[in-house]
Design a protein around this ligand. Structure first.
Ligand SMILES: [Mn+2]
Length: 296
């Protein structure tokens, strides 16, 4: 075994100490790229603004129009932990705004990965007006063409790196697409979908939809966002750390999905003491394993 010391800048560590950070922690934080104590905040108010994700405003308008027109939405997910939680966040979140929405998680071995033309054929049987991909879609050039040919609009939410050609979708949000200026490139698929919902709520707020009714409380979805983010092994940068910490707090307070409580139970974990490690090593694998054993 080799022990490799992490290099840190003494000046930064000293500045953190001056800002009230414990001296040992200051060194550890400095070695992990923290330069000011503000970055340690886990407040939701410190999240990057939803409108700063390129195209998210346009996405929100399309979703708000679709919901207002009572269009039939179909979420196209994936069945690893990020894809599954992104699907759940999409369906639960869109329903909070009154959407008519269902989901389809295709068998990767039968239909391939992403929005393939085969999956579009399968989805078309449900007669959706709009397909919304979560945690996939950025590479689905042929699938989006197939959907367009059938008159089905496609909205892509993804975080994977794009290829040279991007699909001809009505809207794409992806922090890693060319030209996206969003400051965190590390959102998981579930985080991207959560950001779409934050922008949608802002759009409906601007349209006066909540003047006589309560705004949906999107923080109720953060347990799932935390699970997908940790299980997908994306970098826990400042923005992701806020999402995960807030989700963990909800899980510890048992203010979370019944599914997460059930996974904790079969894992022999106490909800009150849930850590990111539990999400990564006990819960995530219990969702991911399904893709190897399930034949549906
Ligand atoms: Mn993912």
């Amino acid at each position: 075994m080799q022990i490799k010391p992490r290099i840190f800048d003494d000046n930064i560590a000293s500045a953190l100490i001056a800002q009230g950070v414990n001296p040992l922690l200051a060194k550890l934080f400095a070695a992990r790229g923290i330069v000011e104590s503000q970055q340690l905040s886990a407040n939701l108010a410190s999240l990057l603004p939803p409108q700063s994700l390129t195209n998210n405003k346009a996405m929100a308008k399309l979703l708000a129009d679709a919901i207002a027109d009572n269009k039939k939405l179909l979420v196209i997910g994936d069945y690893d932990a990020d894809g599954a939680t992104a699907t759940a966040v999409a369906v639960k979140g869109l329903k909070m705004f009154g959407a008519t929405v269902d989901f389809l998680v295709p068998n990767r071995f039968e239909y391939g990965y992403g929005l393939t033309p085969e999956i579009v054929q399968l989805a078309a049987q449900q007669k959706p007006d709009i397909l919304i991909t979560v945690d996939n879609g950025i590479a689905s050039v042929d699938g989006v063409d197939a959907a367009n040919a059938l008159g089905i609009q496609v909205l892509i939410t993804d975080h994977h790196l794009p290829g040279e050609i991007t699909p001809n979708a009505a809207c794409i949000i992806n922090p890693n697409q060319h030209g996206c200026t969003f400051l965190s490139k590390n959102l998981a698929g579930v985080g991207v979908m959560f950001y779409a919902l934050l922008a949608l709520r802002a759009e409906f707020r601007a349209r006066g939809k909540f003047e006589n009714s309560a705004e949906p409380n999107l923080t109720e979805l953060l347990d799932l966002v935390a699970l997908g983010t940790v299980a997908d092994l994306v970098k826990l940068d400042e923005n992701n750390r806020i999402l995960v910490e807030q989700g963990l707090r909800r899980i510890r307070a048992r203010a979370c999905s019944a599914g997460i409580l059930a996974l904790l139970r079969v894992s022999g974990r106490e909800p009150q003491q849930t850590t990111a490690q539990d999400l990564g090593f006990y819960l995530g694998p219990r969702i991911n394993i399904v893709k190897k054993t399930l034949t549906y």
